[in-house]
Write a protein that binds this ligand. Structure first.
Ligand code: MN3
Length: 202
């Protein structure tokens, strides 16, 4: 079955002033749509065209670059939209405890996550992941790679991610990636992140 682009789970202007409406319209409607379209083109007529995104991630080292870039792009952006919501509060419950116990507390985690995004040269993503041993880690990946890919050098189950491609912030923040990453904390869907954490540690 060809992949399709799901609607954004909120209005394009729901994250203003932290992420502007035009950026959301272009990011979702043009960039994400292009990853979906190009993934479908890359898979059409191949033995992989009926695989799920997760199945593709698990064998990515054997697949063409077009599947890596566009399959990663589709998975990452779907995950990103679901990670966002207006009026962020903060982590709670087991996730809050794990951030305190394993990552040095919320402020230290935020600083490390922002640093992962800042030090990713060029385009890519920063991640909060649950590793195979169920511990938390912060890392980044280049381009549209992600920690689910079998070729990842930070393997794990992502529970939060941020897009640091310039297309994610340039209209509003220009070159100020640090300001974008600082503002990101205002629009994190912590309920979703906590639910992903609960599932990942089962
Ligand atoms: Mn993007």
């Amino acid at each position: 079955m060809p992949f399709t682009l799901a609607p954004l789970p909120f209005a394009h202007d729901a994250l203003v002033p932290h992420i502007d409406k035009l950026t959301m319209e272009i990011h979702h409607g043009k960039h994400h749509q292009a990853y979906v379209d190009n993934l479908n083109k890359a898979l059409a007529g191949t033995e992989h065209e009926n695989k799920t995104l997760e199945e593709l991630m698990s064998i990515m080292s054997t697949l063409p670059a077009a599947v890596r870039n566009n399959g990663g792009g589709h998975w990452n952006h779907t995950f990103f939209w679901e990670s966002l919501a207006p009026n962020a509060d903060g982590p709670s419950g087991a996730l809050a405890d794990a951030i305190n116990n394993e990552l040095g507390g919320l402020d230290k985690f935020k600083a490390d996550f922002q640093n992962a995004g800042m030090t990713r040269f060029g385009s890519g993503w920063a991640w909060l992941c649950v590793k195979a041993d169920k511990s938390l880690c912060v890392c980044s990946s280049p381009n549209q790679d992600n920690p689910l890919m079998d070729l990842s050098d930070c393997p794990g189950t992502p529970i939060l991610g941020v897009d640091v491609w310039e297309h994610a912030y340039y209209l509003h923040y220009q070159n100020r990636r640090a300001d974008y990453l600082a503002a990101f904390w205002n629009v994190v869907n912590w309920d979703k992140v906590s639910a992903r954490y609960a599932e990942a540690i089962q």
